[in-house]
Every structure is written in structure tokens, then in C-alpha cells.
Ligand binder design. Structure first.
Ligand SMILES: [Zn+2]
Length: 292
């Protein structure tokens, strides 16, 4: 049986007068309190869905149980609603493409991994972080994914017997330029093997990696446009390779400029003072905050 056939594809239908040609999503992780930078990107996502009379999906990216905290989920949903976000499908309200929490979607990711293995797109890698760091020629990719993988385990085809931990890594087509037109940032080009290397699709601790979960879900949920922060431009190149390997059509992409703090640094979890929750407790109103 073709495992992919079990991933539901978006069907064309009109619900409540919504345009079936546009499905966007908000995909927060409940790893901490949402800050204003997230809110601004999500707001853009919502505005684009509204402008297109489309559907907005809330997807709870709680796949990484080592990082997310259960108590953050209701809080996250509460903060989003308070801020003025409105979605039509999500973990709290259901919908035709559920479940909408990644922790409940593991079978989809496992099927995708199986397909990548069958087609020889991935290989087991036993390198530790330190092994990769210590490899002489390991420049960093231009994002948060760390050093470009030096290719140590590339020719492995099977996980060796024994108890050594391994992850599954995607073998990128070295030298190929991955290009796409971003709805906000314009033409993008990244060279596989140079701008980014072989990336993890399934972690050594048996958790599906962000790249795989995200691509599988966007496809299965029929998302037509992904709106997210510009820190994920390189990840889009990786995900385009995953879509291709899995025989899926990629959505359109729209990457938003990141919000910076007063020192020109990207907002992060450490900016707790700018969490929606903190601002709300200080008496700010959603109307004030939406001026960004
Ligand atoms: Zn390795």
C-alpha cells in the first residue's frame, strides 16, 4: 500500500463562503510565552487569509515533548484569542484535517519517513553534535541549524546493529540551486551542500524533526500559503526538497521581516517582558499592541 495515500489531501469545497483556494496557518510552539514578534508574523498570516477570504488553521507544534510544556497550550490559545486572532480550524475547535496538535500526528510523520527511507533519500547518522562541530570543514549554515553536516555517515544505508543512537538525515543534492519566489522577499536561491547541508528529519531521541513535521502537516492540511518569519527562509529550501522527495506540491511562501529589539537583536524567548502575557498584565490592550 502506498503510505502517502493515507495522508488526507485538501479537497475543494466552500465552507461558510470561504475561498477554498486559500488556506493559511498559524503554527505556534507551546515552548514558552508568545512574544510580540510572533504576534506580528501571525497577524500578517491572518490578514493574508482574510484578504483572500480563505481559511486560517491553528496548528499546535508540540511535537518536541522535551521542550514544550503542557500548561502553555491553553495559555497560548487564550493569548491568541485575546489578541484578536480568529481561526476556523484548530485543536480547540476541530476541523476536517485534524488532529491539529503535532503530538497526535506521529503516524503521518512515520509514514513520510518510511517513504523517504524506501526511496533512499535519508540515511542513519550516528554523529554526535561534538563530532560534527569537530569536523574540520564544518562551516555554519546561515540559520539556527548549526554547522553544515560534513557527510561522515552519508554512505550508510542501514542502521548498524547495536545500541548506538542515530538520527535520520536527508541527503541533499550537492550543488543544486533550490529557488523559489517568496511572496514578500522575492526571488530566493540557496545552493544545497553549500548554504545548507544534510539535515535531520528524525532525531536521535525518536522525535520527528521540525522540517519533516512542518512539511508533512502543511501538505496534509492543504495549506496553500505559509506565512512565517524570515529566519525560516533557509528551512524553506530544505522543505522544498522534502516536498519533492515525498511527491507533494509545495505551498506558496511569504516570509516576514523579524521584529528586532532596541539593540537590533532578534526578539527571542529571553524577551519575557515582550510576551503577550506580560504586556497584557501591564494593562496593554490588544488594540495598542497591534500597532507593532
Ligand atoms: Zn553522521
Amino acid at each position: 500500500m502506498n503510505p502517502q495515500s493515507e495522508i488526507p489531501a485538501a479537497t475543494k469545497r466552500s465552507e461558510g463562503g470561504r475561498n477554498p483556494q486559500y488556506r493559511g496557518r498559524l503554527a505556534p510552539s507551546p515552548t514558552g510565552l508568545l512574544h510580540l514578534g510572533h504576534a506580528r508574523t501571525f497577524w500578517t498570516a491572518q490578514e493574508r487569509a482574510r484578504a483572500n477570504h480563505g481559511t486560517l488553521v491553528l496548528r499546535n507544534e508540540d511535537i518536541d515533548s522535551t521542550r514544550f510544556k503542557l500548561e502553555f497550550v491553553p495559555q497560548m490559545i487564550e493569548d491568541l484569542r485575546w489578541f484578536g486572532f480568529e481561526w476556523q480550524e484548530g485543536p480547540d475547535c476541530g476541523g476536517p484535517f485534524g488532529p491539529y496538535s503535532q503530538s497526535e500526528r506521529r503516524p503521518f510523520y512515520a509514514m513520510a519517513l518510511e517513504k523517504l527511507r524506501e526511496r533512499d533519500f535519508v540515511y542513519p547518522c550516528t554523529c554526535s553534535r561534538k563530532d560534527i562541530r569537530d569536523a574540520a570543514s564544518a562551516p555554519n549554515a546561515g540559520d539556527d541549524e548549526g554547522p553544515i553536516y560534513p557527510g561522515t555517515c552519508r554512505e550508510k544505508r542501514k542502521a548498524e546493529s547495536g545500541k548506538q543512537k542515530f538520527c535520520w538525515r536527508f541527503r541533499v543534492p550537492d550543488g543544486e540551486t533550490i529557488s523559489f519566489t517568496d511572496g514578500n522577499c522575492g526571488e530566493q536561491k540557496f545552493v544545497a551542500g553549500k548554504d545548507f547541508g544534510d539535515f535531520v528529519v528524525w532525531r536521535g531521541d525518536d522525535v520527528p524533526a521540525y522540517q519533516l513535521a512542518c512539511a508533512v502537516d502543511d501538505a496534509a492540511m492543504g495549506i496553500t500559503e505559509v506565512v512565517r518569519g524570515a529566519d525560516l527562509l533557509l528551512s524553506t529550501a530544505r522543505q522544498i526538497l522534502l516536498y519533492r522527495a515525498l511527491g507533494l506540491a509545495p505551498p506558496a511562501f511569504y516570509h516576514c521581516a523579524l521584529m528586532l529589539d532596541e539593540n537590533g537583536k532578534r526578539l527571542a524567548k529571553r524577551h519575557d517582558a515582550l510576551s503577550m502575557r506580560a504586556l497584557r498584565e501591564q494593562g496593554k490592550t490588544p488594540e495598542e499592541l497591534r500597532r507593532f
